[in-house]
Design a protein around this ligand. Structure first.
Ligand code: IMP
Ligand code: MG
Length: 173
């Protein structure tokens, strides 16, 4: 297994996180922001982002995993759901990466059914080429090519999440 040189360095990540946080702080001033992180992948991005957001906020998490089966659109399993009452909240869903869009689409619909005041989505990485479901994403850190990436919360087999940068990951033949 090979982890290549950084695609995004720690410094580039920090700059982008600050940029996103500034936009979110401006957009949510005077609102009742509930930041919801999708675990496990978003844990590092989530904690950096909320620390940099200047608007008052509350936090919660969803623990989810997705199983993409052949010939189906894939199934999202919710291991642990939001605890907060989200009616009257301005919910911001935060994830590490959007790939097929299946995970965020299903979580989005689940949250919308509980009628929050508003719902927006923020992802750090967007692998646009792989999209199978159209999901409205309001804040995107970086668009990336169709490569498997690890680090900064992103894993291969639950490993490499702790890398403080993002790298392209190749499995040796
Ligand atoms: P989806 O295909 O948009 O539903 O993405 C589901 C999940 O797959 C993401 O939240 C990530 O946890 C994971 N994922 C997708 N692409 C990558 C990648 O390149 N590296 C690590 N995890 C990924
Ligand atoms: Mg994820």
């Amino acid at each position: 297994m090979i982890v290549g040189k950084p695609l995004f360095t720690t410094k580039e990540i920090q700059t982008k996180v600050r940029e996103l946080a500034d936009r979110i702080s401006a957009d949510y001033s005077g609102k009742d922001l509930l930041a919801v992180g999708i675990l496990r992948g978003a844990f590092m991005f989530f904690s950096d982002l909320v620390r940099a957001i200047k608007a008052p906020l509350t936090i919660d998490f969803i623990v989810a995993s997705s199983y993409v089966k052949m010939d189906t659109l894939g199934e999202v399993k919710i291991h642990c759901d939001i605890r907060e009452d989200i009616s009257d909240k301005d919910v911001l869903l935060i994830d590490d990466i959007i790939d097929s869009g299946i995970t965020l689409n299903q979580i989005r619909e689940r949250i919308l059914a509980r009628r929050p005041s508003s719902l927006k989505i923020c992802v750090f990485l967007d692998k646009k080429e792989r999209r199978m479901v159209d999901v409205p994403v309001d804040y995107i850190g970086f668009e990336i090519p169709n490569e498997y990436v690890v680090g900064y919360g992103l894993d291969y087999d639950n490993k490499f999440r702790n890398l403080p940068y993002i790298s392209i990951f190749k499995k040796k033949a």
